[in-house]
Design a protein around this ligand. Structure first.
Ligand SMILES: NC(=O)c1ccc[n+]([C@@H]2O[C@H](COP(=O)([O-])OP(=O)(O)OC[C@H]3O[C@@H](n4cnc5c(N)ncnc54)[C@H](O)[C@@H]3O)[C@@H](O)[C@H]2O)c1
Ligand SMILES: [Zn+2]
Ligand SMILES: [Zn+2]
Length: 360
């Protein structure tokens, strides 16, 4: 039996999104039907609407979500009806060459639900294989990670994308440790999560770089020790000034801009690490003097989803949040209704929010 539910769909490129009624099938083998309780509005949803990801319209948007498993298909043992789960967009396969070599966080063959959700019979493309601006959504069971139900859904769901990407950029990709100096370029949801991660890991100097003074003030609340307005001063010099003239041990690029990548590259100390978590567009190029790459040493590491392993990291981070050691609730700027997504995109573009979260 198909379920008819309200959902946010982008029908055509660059057109406002619409709340419509879609059909969601019952779960088949390996799938789970999830009653969505909360879903954050992420830049990637807007990228889909703008045609920046691909042309597979109509898109069912939403992917930073938490909810309760309503039913599961044959063969599913990892979750059961009633479980409180955070959805993830990298359900590891366990069988690809990376999983087999013990590196499942790089899994090269992550999977999603096999059956399609539809709008008037037309198949929908769910954002990041999730599609959770919907009262119910169908995912692969491996996309559901069980966490402590004491966590509020609007907070827990944020781990499903940007906040996990930022925390992981610092903790997992950047391997920030006690006493490290860290510089974070771009202080949106991802960058602020990287700042919170660096603080959690014991970094002593945390430099926040952004063009927007309001974003810098929020970055301070997450743990930044130095604020750099990149519109007013040279960020490379400012990071050096904050680190005894040396540069930071770990620089995290959380914008997705080649100029900012270059700044992060040169703002590192010798043998420092550059983490690239901002997502570039296909037209972007970086150019560096080859000798600087060698001469400065260290590492350049792109970070997919913060190199997280949802089954390992989501429950752990929720526990830290419940213990008061990770201020996840600070990322929730406002809660909204399903029909507020279009307006939330505009607030995001104007830099007024870290996250607007739809609560069902
Ligand atoms: N790697 C991953 O798995 C992953 C996951 C989620 C999001 N992302 C990416 O991370 C990036 C950040 O996402 P977000 O949700 O935080 O976006 P956001 O728009 O909320 O934040 C970006 C911030 O960068 C600042 N900024 C823009 N240009 C700048 C510049 N030249 N110098 C310094 N700061 C500048 C903006 O003022 C803003 O505060 C995006 O590219 C997003 O696609 C990556
Ligand atoms: Zn795999
Ligand atoms: Zn996202």
């Amino acid at each position: 039996m198909a379920h008819e539910v309200r959902a946010v769909v982008a029908r055509r490129v660059k057109q406002p999104v619409e709340v419509v009624t879609i059909e969601v099938p019952d779960p088949g083998p390996g799938e789970a039907l999830v009653k969505v309780q909360a879903c954050g509005v992420c830049h990637t949803d807007l990228h889909y609407r703008e045609g920046g990801i691909n042309d597979d319209f109509p898109f069912l948007l939403g992917h930073e979500a938490a909810g309760v498993v309503e039913s599961v298909g044959p063969g599913v043992t990892s979750v059961e009806p009633g479980d409180f789960v955070v959805l993830n967009w990298r359900a590891v396969c366990g069988q690809c060459r990376s999983c087999r070599r013990g590196r499942p966080w790089y899994c090269f063959s992550t999977h999603n639900a096999t059956q399609k959700m539809t709008l008037d019979g037309e198949p929908l493309s769910p954002a990041l294989g999730i599609g959770s601006f919907a009262e119910k959504t169908l995912v692969a069971a491996g996309q559901c990670t069980k966490v402590d139900p004491a966590a509020k859904p609007e907070v827990a769901g944020l781990l499903g994308c940007g906040v996990m990407a930022g925390l992981g950029a610092a903790l997992l990709t950047g391997e920030v440790g006690p006493g490290d100096s860290v510089a974070v370029f771009g202080c949106g949801g991802v960058g602020d999560a990287a700042i919170a991660g660096a603080k959690l890991a014991g970094a002593t100097t945390i430099v926040a770089v952004d063009l927007d003074p309001r974003k810098l003030e929020w970055a301070r609340e997450f743990g930044a020790t130095h604020l750099v307005d990149a519109a007013a001063e040279d960020p490379i010099e400012a990071v050096r000034a904050a680190t005894d003239g040396n540069g930071a041990d770990v620089c995290i690029e959380a914008v997705g801009n080649p100029k900012v990548f270059e700044q992060a590259f040169f703002a590192r100390d010798l043998a420092g690490t550059l983490v690239q978590v901002g997502v570039p567009t296909p037209d972007m190029r970086i150019e560096l003097p080859f000798i600087e790459l060698f001469g400065r040493g260290g590492r350049i590491k792109p970070s997919w989803y913060g190199d997280c392993l949802p089954s390992r990291d989501f429950p752990l981070l929720i526990d830290l949040y419940l213990q008061g050691r990770l201020p996840l609730e600070r990322f929730v700027s406002e809660t909204i209704e399903l029909d507020g997504v279009e307006e939330a995109f505009h607030k995001m573009e104007r830099g007024e929010v870290l996250r607007s979260v739809v609560v069902f």
